[in-house]
Design a protein around this ligand. Structure first.
Ligand code: ATP
Ligand code: MG
Length: 174
């Protein structure tokens, strides 16, 4: 799977609609402290279905919505769009939107879907040699310092085997 484009609106510090093209290969994000590098990675995780406040550095789910500054009022919603191409050449447009007091809604190619459909779409896409991997700040040091079992989990995730476990858990729960 190749991530082609990321669009953000009202997500964390990205209050104005912003759009980024993602080229094939390795992408690095650079910029001064506090400019939003980590927020960008979190936006990708979030649209892929991340719901753990810890990995989004937030207290609650609505904390990803632009909270306002002295100059700007807060936003009522946050939306992230990820355009991707699967290994079989299928084009995907995945949208996640959260509104204050209304929770998250997901769409894939314009169709309303469940959070689970989004997770499965990416879990499937992660099982391949060309699967995307997100490496955040501090992760390299973590890999070096990790115990062997932890390191194996990280490598499985990077190798795209982690997605298979999601599928298996889903099958076992049926
Ligand atoms: P560093 O180089 O220090 O790691 P960074 O480029 O990764 O910085 P981020 O952590 O992505 O920066 O961005 C931090 C900024 O995002 C802070 O200014 C913070 O106030 C802002 N921010 C986070 N959540 C929200 C929100 N919900 N509403 C408005 N601003 C937010
Ligand atoms: Mg950062």
């Amino acid at each position: 799977m190749h991530f082609r484009r990321l669009k953000l609106s009202g997500f964390k510090s990205f209050v104005e609609p912003s759009e980024l093209r993602i080229e094939p290969g390795l992408t690095g994000v650079v910029g001064p402290n506090g400019c939003g590098k980590s927020n960008l990675l979190e936006a990708i995780r979030w649209v892929m279905g991340e719901n753990s406040p810890k990995s989004l550095r937030s207290g609650g789910m609505e904390d990803v919505i632009f909270a306002g500054t002295a100059q700007r009022p807060q936003r009522d919603f946050a939306e992230v769009v990820l355009d991707a191409t699967t290994d079989s050449g299928e084009e995907l447009e995945v949208v996640r939107r959260i509104e204050r007091g209304a929770g998250s809604a997901y769409r894939i190619n314009g169709r309303d879907v469940r959070a689970k459909d989004v997770s499965l779409t990416f879990a499937d896409a992660a099982t391949g040699a060309h699967s995307p991997a997100l490496v955040s700040q501090g992760k390299i040091a973590q890999v070096i310092a990790a115990k062997p079992t932890e390191r194996r989990m990280m490598l499985e995730e990077a190798a795209g085997i982690a997605g298979l476990h999601v599928r298996r858990r889903d099958a076992e729960s049926k």
